[in-house]
Design a protein around this ligand. Structure first.
Ligand code: FAD
Ligand code: SIN
Length: 482
C-alpha cells in the first residue's frame, strides 16, 4: 500500500469531504475515515445550513451569531463565516447540490431559534446532513480508507509529517506534505448525546499529548429537544426547525413554562432552553414534552420525514402524540485553536477545520445551523492556504512504527464511568465542587494502566473540566451554579 501522499485528510464529514472536493485534481490525496464514511455528525444533521439569503442579511447574520456566542466570538471569524457563506453555498449549488425549493424553484428558507430572519436552507426536509454527505461522497475524486483510526500525529521539531493509524488489525504510518484534521467533536465523552459513535475526541487527546493548544473547551452545547429514552447510544434529535415552525415545549400539565425564563419562549437560544428544561424539571419533577400538535400530519411527514419515521419506529404517533424530551450533549464549540486559514500556531504543515477547530465563530454558544456552514467556508480557506504554500519538495523522514496497546481489560468500564462522570459534573449545570470531584477522579483514572484510546478520552475530559473550573462565572453554554 502507498504510504506517502500530498495531503492526508482525517475525517469524512463535511469539513473533510469539502476539503477534498476543493483540492486540485492532480494532487495525491487520501481521506481517512474511522468507520464507514457516513458514520459522522454531518450525516445526522437535520435542520439545515444557515446562510444570508441576500447582502442585507449578512450584518444581521453576524449580529445573531455574535449574540448567541455571548460576546465570546472572534468578530473577524464571524464576519468571514457570514460573508463567505453565500459564496460557499453558491459553489455547492453550482456543483449540483439541491436544497429544497418551491414549485417555482425558489429556495425555501426556514427559521430556527435565535435567528432574527428565515435563513436556514435545508435538503430532503429534515435530512440536510444525509443529502449533503451523499453529494460530497458522490463528488469525491480521491481514495478513502475506511475503518482507519488515526492514533497519533507524527511530529518532529514543530513540523507534522503524517499520522500513525490502526487499520485492519495493523498499526502503521502514513506520510504527507500537508495534513488536515477534520475529525469532529467530542460527543461520546458524554452519557447522553446526539452524536455519531465515531465522535470520541481521539484527536483532541492526541493534541494534549503533543502540547497542541485547545481553546474554549468548557464551551459544550446541549441541545434541548432530544428523545433520550431507549438503549441507543446516539439519542434521537428533534430538530430546532420544529420549534422554528411551531412546535411547543410543555410540561405534563400542558404549561408552556419557557416564557417564565425568556420572553422568546421556544425561540430562545438553545443554552437558555436547555437550562430552563433542567431547572423546571429539578423544581417540579414534572416530565417535559415537545408538542407537535400544531402540525398537520401530511405536511409533517413531507417536511420532517426522518423524524417522522424514526419516531414512528420508536412507537410514537406523531404529530398527534407528544414526545418526552430532555437536553443532551450536542456540539463542542471549543477545539484546536486555529487562525482563519485553519493553521495551528507553532506547528507546520497541519490544519484543523470543522467541529474539531476553534477559529472563534461560535464563541460561548453556537447559533443553530452555523456548523455545516463553518465546515464549508473554512475548508475552502484551508485549501486556499494549502495551494499557496504547497511545494513538491519531499519531506524525507521516517518515524519508527511503535507498538501501541489501544484497549486494555477494564477500559470499557472506565469509558462508561467517564461518560457518566462527564454528564453529571461537566454537563448543563456545573458547580466548582462537582467539577473538582470529577477532575480528581479523572486524574486517578489517568494513573491506571489503560489502553491508548481511553487515555485520549481522559486527556480531553481533563481539559474540559479544567477549563470549566477556570471560568468562575456562567457564560453562554457554560452555566456554573453558586
Ligand atoms: P463530522 O461530520 O463529525 O466528521 C468527523 C469525521 O472524523 C468522521 O468521519 C469520523 O469518523 C472521523 N474521525 C474521528 N476521529 C477519527 C480518528 N481518530 N481517525 C480517523 N477518523 C476519525 N449543524 C448544522 O449546521 N446544521 C444542522 O442541522 C445540524 N444538525 C445536527 C444534528 C445532529 C444529530 C448532530 C449530531 C449535529 C448537528 N449539527 C448541525 C452539527 C454538525 O452536524 C457538525 O458540527 C458537523 O457536521 C461537523 O462536521 P465535521 O466534518 O467537522 O465532523
Ligand atoms: C437541529 O436541527 O436542531 C440541529 C441544528 C444544529 O445543531 O445546528
Amino acid at each position: 500500500m502507498k504510504t506517502t501522499y500530498d495531503v492526508l485528510i482525517i475525517g469524512s464529514g463535511v469539513a473533510g469531504l469539502n476539503t477534498a472536493l476543493c483540492l486540485p485534481d492532480d494532487m495525491e490525496v487520501l481521506v481517512l475515515s474511522k468507520d464507514y464514511a457516513w458514520e459522522c455528525n454531518t450525516f445526522y444533521a437535520q435542520g439545515g445550513i444557515a446562510v444570508a439569503p441576500n447582502e442585507e442579511d449578512i450584518p444581521l447574520h453576524v449580529k445573531d451569531t455574535l449574540d448567541a456566542g455571548a460576546g465570546h466570538c472572534d468578530m473577524k471569524a464571524v464576519e468571514l463565516l457570514c460573508s463567505e457563506g453565500p459564496k460557499a453555498i453558491e459553489s455547492l449549488c453550482k456543483s449540483g447540490f439541491q436544497f429544497d425549493s418551491d414549485e417555482n424553484g425558489n429556495l425555501l428558507y426556514t427559521k430556527e431559534a435565535a435567528h432574527s430572519t428565515d435563513r436556514i436552507l435545508h435538503a430532503g426536509g429534515d435530512s440536510t446532513g444525509r443529502e449533503l454527505h451523499l453529494f460530497l461522497m458522490q463528488s469525491l475524486k480521491f481514495p478513502i480508507l475506511y475503518n482507519t483510526q488515526v492514533i497519533d500525529l507524527l511530529i518532529k521539531d514543530k513540523i507534522c509529517y503524517g499520522v500513525q493509524v490502526f487499520h485492519a488489525n495493523k498499526i502503521f504510518n502514513l506520510y504527507a506534505k500537508k495534513i488536515v484534521i477534520a475529525s469532529g467533536g467530542v460527543g461520546s465523552l458524554y452519557e447522553y448525546h446526539t452524536n455519531s459513535r465515531t465522535i470520541s475526541a481521539d484527536m483532541h487527546g492526541i493534541c494534549c499529548e503533543h502540547g497542541i493548544e485547545l481553546q474554549d473547551m468548557e464551551m459544550m452545547q446541549f441541545h434541548p429537544t432530544v428523545f433520550v429514552e431507549g438503549n441507543a447510544v446516539r439519542k434521537q434529535l428533534l430538530s430546532e426547525a420544529l420549534r422554528g415552525e411551531g412546535a411547543k415545549i410543555v410540561d405534563e400539565d400542558g404549561n408552556r413554562f419557557l416564557f417564565s425564563y425568556d420572553k422568546r419562549g421556544e425561540l430562545s437560544p438553545r443554552n437558555i432552553v436547555s437550562e430552563a428544561l433542567f431547572d423546571h424539571h429539578q423544581k417540579t419533577n414534572k416530565k417535559i414534552y415537545l408538542d407537535l400538535s400544531s402540525f398537520e400530519k401530511k405536511h409533517f411527514k413531507k417536511r420532517f420525514p426522518s423524524i417522522y419515521f424514526n419516531m414512528k419506529n420508536l412507537g410514537f404517533n406523531i404529530p398527534d402524540e407528544k414526545i418526552p424530551i430532555s437536553p443532551a450533549f450536542h456540539y463542542a464549540m471549543g477545539g484546536i485553536k486555529t487562525d482563519f486559514d485553519g493553521k495551528i500556531n507553532n506547528l507546520q504543515d497541519v490544519y484543523a477545520v470543522g467541529e474539531i477547530a476553534s477559529v472563534g465563530v461560535h464563541g460561548a454558544n453556537r447559533l443553530a445551523s452555523n456548523s455545516l456552514l463553518e465546515g464549508l467556508v473554512f475548508s475552502r480557506r484551508v485549501v486556499s492556504d494549502i495551494c499557496k504554500t504547497f511545494t513538491c519538495k519531499e519531506k524525507n523522514i521516517d518515524f519508527p512504527n511503535t507498538a501501541v496497546s489501544l484497549i486494555n481489560d477494564g477500559d470499557k468500564d472506565l469509558k462508561n464511568e467517564l461518560r457518566n462522570l462527564m454528564w453529571q459534573n461537566a454537563g448543563i449545570v456545573r458547580t466548582q465542587n462537582n467539577l473538582q470531584k470529577a477532575l480528581n477522579r479523572v486524574e486517578e483514572m489517568l494513573k491506571l494502566q489503560t489502553g491508548k484510546l481511553i487515555r485520549l478520552r481522559l486527556l480531553t475530559s481533563r481539559v474540559i473540566i479544567k477549563s470549566a473550573l477556570r471560568r468562575k462565572k456562567s457564560l453562554g453554554a457554560h452555566y456554573i451554579k453558586g
